[in-house]
Design a binder for this molecule. Sequence first.
Ligand code: MG
Length: 151
Amino acid sequence: MSETGNPHFVEILLLEDEPSDAYLVKMALKEGKVLAHLHHVVDGREGLDFLNKTEKYINAPRPDLIFLDLNMPRMNGCEFLTAIKADERYKGIPVVVLTTSDVEKDVACSYQLGATSFITKPVDMPQFIEAIKQIGEYWFSLVRLPQGSKS
Ligand SMILES: [Mg+2]
């Protein structure tokens, strides 16, 4: 695969502490039509380190799209959303919340904080994969070359 400079690649940041859910997201993006670079971190603090290019993330790209799990250790999804929506540099990045249906207060918090959309983690794996694929393709069509190529 070629990568550097290819304007059709979408940079996606995934915050997910559950390895099996992260794996499903990776699979879904591979199956889909989107040329995505998926960057996986396991909690909100690591997500902020990625955005701020801290230490090992010094060469991290700015994500075009963020997939955010809500229930994570150290800094959960709502805390992460609060932090980035208060930051002029990051508040414009679309955030898709990955949620289980049993955490309604977290879902409410995400709506209030301006999450872009939601994918409920279903019991049904193919359905979850399909949802990720579709949202990836949707955002791909929106984010590619928004103001002309960099070169
Ligand atoms: Mg979780």
